[in-house]
Structure formats: C-alpha cells, structure tokens
Design a binder for this molecule. Structure first.
Ligand code: PMP
Length: 366
C-alpha cells in the first residue's frame, strides 16, 4: 500500500466535532427493484429527454463562460410554477435555487445557524437536517413526535418557545413517516418561533394539504419553504432544489452561496424539465393511488403502515428490522432501514415494482 493510501482519518487534523460521525449513506445496491430513496419510478418521457439534450447542447457552446450566477431565468420559471401550484403570486425575487434542496438547507444553516446557534427538528424526520447542522456547526436540538409519529403542534410550539432555536425544521409531509402537518396547525409553531422556520416540502406535490407558501405574507421574516425537483418532478439526477421566501432571505443566502454554484448545464436542464412539468407531474396521481393500494395490501398482510401523504410508506412491525431489510434485499427488493425501531420504509414504485415488494413482504421474517 502506498503511503498516501495508508493515511487514516485519525491521522488527519479533522475538526473534533466531526470525529466519529457517519456520512449520509443510503446504500446504492444493484438490485432489480429499488424502492429506497423516494425517487419517482417513472423515467422522464422521451420529449423531455430530447428537450434537455437540446438545451444542454446549446449551452455546451458557451461552456468557456461562467453561468448566470443568479440563475434568474430558472428562478423566474420556478416562481411561475409555484405561483400556479400554491395560488400565491411569487416572482424570482422570492425564489432561490441550488443543487438539490440539501444545498438550499445547507445555505440556510450557513446564514441563519452556525457556531453558538441552534436548530430544532421533530424526530424521526429527515436524517440530513442534523447532518447539515453538524456540518455548519449548528447545535442540533431533537424534539419528539407523538407515538403515532404525528406532530403535536401545541407541544411543538411550547418546546420551540422554551428552547428558542435560531432555526426550526418542520417537514411536511414528513420523511420517513409520511404524514403532513394540517395547514391550520403550522401557525402555532410559526408564532412561537423566535427565528427562522423552514418548512421542508420536498414531497408537497403528493399531499392534499395547502403549501406553507400561503403563510409567507403573514410571516415574511420567519418563514422559508423549501422544495425540490427530485421527487414529483422525477429530476433527482438533475439536482435542483429551491425555496420560496421574502426577497431579504434570498439576499441573506447570497452571502453564503458559492459563486456560480448552479452550472449552466444544470440551469438549462432544469428549465427544459420544467417545460414538461404537466407531463412529469401527471405521475403524482398514479403514485398516490399506488401508495393507497400498497397501504391496503400491507394491512391485509398484517403489517401496520403509517398513514402517508407522500410517495413512501413507513411500516412495521418487525422484531429485527435490519434482518428483515436484508431478507428484502436477498429477494431483490431494496427498501430502507431508516433507524425507526421495528419499522422499514418503502418508496412507492411502478405497479410491477410494488407487486414485487408485496410478494417479498409475504416471505420476510417479522
Ligand atoms: N428534504 C427531504 C424531506 C427529503 O426527503 C429529501 C431527499 N430525500 C431532501 C430534502 C433533499 O432532496 P434533494 O437534495 O434531492 O432536493
């Protein structure tokens, strides 16, 4: 082994607070049925593929130049989509975009979190929220959900008032549990929060609840709604996340974003994909119907699926979730062990993939 290969992490002058931590790591295994990262199972339609290829070909001729640093046309088009989807008039001044909503969330913590500051989330929730907090040296304050994984918003408002975090994460629908926060209940937390409230709406298109974007007018200095093209838009590989907020929030994020963070290729591809939004979003109704079918069938098999508004289902109970997860993999179905005791999470796939998952569910140990 060369000296370069022999160096270990322990020998590096790594920040003390990062020692012993694990990176985000959903296994990327090559199995026939992959239902583990909440992607849209339907590949982009051929017209979208052709449009993305053409858009990328056009910008390829300009790759010697940096991209539009402010991604203005993309933000304008995202604002147009969100205005129609939420019936709230938004412009590019209200919208910010980055490489996946993970980068959006990181920029939010770079600007509003950081050393000496804290962020609070209601667990179990999206595992990247505490990881991004750690990366930005923001103290993470975990707060509980009810036993049934719903959010007790009165209790949530109390703990937010008591702990006074600089940033609160509310995920609706929540990953990995699937439930949305009823619209009328969001305000209790918004009123109690002294700082920023991020409503992570990565799965909003799958839910019948109105978007928190409708509350922006009332809480302009507190509320940030983050969204992504990775799920309903079937654009996970394109890496495009965005947010809606007051223009001042966008100004704040400009202080921490890297210049030219969104490549010309990403901007062009995302804009082309957005032109086909009607087509890609047509999968949402199909996936919601499949979700409800899978929930019913899981119940029929004696499982306890958690009611879901998203494109995934948390279900149990398993005596040994890890062993059952492996049994699914062995039968060619990759789902997710999200670390919720006695439970596993399955992403809703195509009807054929869901059938394969349901067949495997009859065989796995519980
Ligand atoms: N928020 C939630 C709740 C998620 O589940 C995910 C993806 N798993 C993200 C944000 C980040 O997605 P992306 O970076 O692909 O936009």
């Amino acid at each position: 082994m060369s000296a370069v290969d022999a160096v270990t992490l322990d020998q590096l002058p790594l920040r003390e607070d990062l020692r012993g931590r694990s990176p985000y790591g959903a296994p990327q295994l090559d199995v026939p049925v992959r239902l583990n990262t909440n992607e849209n199972p339907y590949p982009p339609p051929p017209e979208l593929v052709a449009d993305v290829a053409e858009a990328v070909r056009e910008v390829a001729a300009e790759l010697h130049r940096y991209p539009d640093r402010d991604a203005l046309r993309l933000r304008d088009e995202l604002a147009a989509y969100l205005s129609v989807a939420t019936r709230v008039a938004l412009t590019e001044r209200n919208v910010w975009a980055a490489n996946g909503s993970n980068e959006v969330l990181q920029q939010i913590l770079q600007a509003f979190g950081g050393p000496g500051r804290s962020a609070l989330g209601f667990e179990p929730s999206y595992s990247m929220h505490p990881i991004i907090a750690a990366g930005t040296r923001t103290d993470w304050v975990p707060a509980p959900r009810r036993e049934d994984f719903t959010l007790d918003t009165d209790a949530a408002a109390r703990i937010v008032a008591e702990r006074a975090p600089d940033v609160v994460f509310l995920t609706s629908p929540n990953n990995p549990t699937g439930g949305s926060i009823p619209h009328g209940e969001l305000e209790a937390v918004l009123r109690a929060a002294p700082g920023i409230v991020v409503v992570d709406e990565a799965y909003a298109e799958f839910s019948a609840q109105p978007s928190a974007v409708t509350l922006l007018e009332e809480y302009p200095a507190k509320l940030i709604v983050s969204r992504t093209m990775s799920k309903a838009f079937a654009f996970a590989g394109g890496r495009l996340g965005y947010l809606a907020a007051a223009p001042a929030v966008v100004d704040a994020l400009q202080l921490v974003r890297l210049p030219y963070h969104l490549s010309s290729l990403t901007q062009a591809a995302a804009r082309a994909a957005l032109r086909h939004a009607d087509q890609t979003l047509a999968s949402v109704a199909k996936l919601a119907a499949e979700r409800d079918r899978v929930v019913d069938e899981l119940r029929g098999l004696g499982f306890s699926p958690v009611p879901s508004d998203a494109n995934f289902i948390l279900f149990g109970r398993f005596t040994d979730a890890k062993a059952s997860w492996q049994a699914y993999v062995d039968s060619g179905v990759l789902i997710r062990d999200v670390g919720v005791e006695g439970h596993l999470r399955v992403t809703v796939g195509t009807p054929e993939e869901n059938d394969a998952f349901l067949r495997a569910s009859k065989e796995v140990p519980r």
